[in-house]
Design a binder for this molecule. Sequence first.
Ligand code: DGY
Length: 323
Amino acid sequence: MTLPKITLTRRWPEAVEDQLRRTYNLDSNESDQPMNPEQLGAALARSDAVCPTVSDRIDAELLNGADIQARIIASYGVGFDHIDLAAAKKRGIVVTNTPEVLTDCTADLAMTLLLGIARRAGEGERHVRAKAWVGWHPTHMMGAKITGKTLGLVGLGRIGLAVARRAHFGFGMRVIYFDPAPPPADVVQAVGAEARDSLKSLLREADFVSLHCPSNEATHHLMNAERFELMRDSAFLINTSRGDVVDCDALVDALGNKQIAGAGLDVYEGEPTVPEALTDLENVMLLPHLGSATLETRIAMGMRVAENLEAFFAGGEPRDRVG
Ligand code: DGY
């Protein structure tokens, strides 16, 4: 019996690659270099399944290519804005993602950024390493207190709820949220969050604004110059969702003009390039898309892909089908 051919576009944790190698004819990317469009096209042409990451763009041009053998794109990640679902559907290709398994770690990272930017942790670390620290004194690197402050969540899906739980029960914050499609009332109540009926009222009220919405046409540059103007000058923006939800030029202006107090970012439009206008600023904490980056979670994400592939090749419906 010939085993289905599976292509991974990057190296995955060893435990997952080992498991996949036992079941499939596995093509793992030994060099771990990102694949270019030609290489991705070739992978789609020679494999029964292609398993991209959230940084591989699988667009219509690629999916309209003549030679496609792949019948499933089993993506390693929860976001699927990098895949053109309509084009995949036209070619009869099933698309899956890996929800749930990265919720806690991504929420932890949102809290890391929230705490880090409010308490100037990045700045403080740079200060110590630069040997600029001359000793404790009462006015040294004063940050913003967290307890009792208001956290505004834009989007109350799985990750938004996990952040709400941490912020409210762990850090004594008041949590408000705006979500046009909120979860059921009992779920919201369980995390101690209060609804706001518009983004505008949330932005006016929050001391911290944390973004937890997907990237799509409606959320593209959701945080723009007009919306930064609504925020308090003592407020902070946290983004662990997708870079293009924030208009970066408008953010740089808002930070530079002290229209907002700071930002903690894990994602960037056009990443891995991060504009110098951001890296030059002190009042930002910048991480390299680490939301799901723990060994446990990265293994769990791979195992979830394996589960989706198993269901698909057994002729069933993969549990995480998104297209
Ligand atoms: C995702 O899964 O969408 C994250 O951005 C990376 O884990």
